[in-house]
Design a protein around this ligand. Sequence first.
Ligand code: URA
Length: 234
Amino acid sequence: MKLRIDKYLADMGIGSRRQIKDFIRDGLVSVNGKTITSANAKVDTDCDNIFFGSELVEYVRYEYYVINKPAGVISATEDAHAATVVDLIKEAKKDVFPVGRLDKDTEGLLLITNDGMLAHNLLSPKKHVDKKYYAEVLGTLTSDHVKLVEEGLQVDEDFKALPAVLEIIEADSTHSSCYITIREGKYHQIKRMMEAMGCQVTYLKRLSMGALKLPENLKPGEYVRLSAEDVKKL
Ligand code: URA
């Protein structure tokens, strides 16, 4: 991709376009070993070597962050009233967005990126990407529920869930905890599935999405940056 040098360096966080013009005037920017004199110069993001002083500045087009979304934060890019997941990633470019949504009170794995194609592939209903959650509920889950979920739970008149996997961790006469893995992402899907089984979700956390897993040591609000290579491996 061809870009103006001032945009290239601004995109990579070297400074504002105004500052970069000054850096160029001061002879601090070189392309393929030659000091450049004009901010209009075009560079190729794939093959030119751009130096700012002695620092090689590589062009990173896409950014990927895995955040452990805390409860109380909304899955959006901006909001007039509440903090968003994007606000939590201080170093991110302006154009990043969360891939899909978790409810405000849900915790856990959320991918944040500016890679629209990857987001499309993960969210497309046709791709049936597995999403695994840990849930605590009021109510008693039983092996009958495991079977119903496996066969495709009738959630309400209009919605029958695709076959999914329910693994009960613990269940007594009032409370249960479980893992549940679904392959679609309908509005409040887990909460509605639990309600259809006579249970009320009190805590919900997403553990994985496709091959992407929430790192165990990542506390709510913390995030890790993935390289494009990490994402390709997924
Ligand atoms: N299902 C829900 O009910 N809530 C979420 O946040 C995610 C899945």
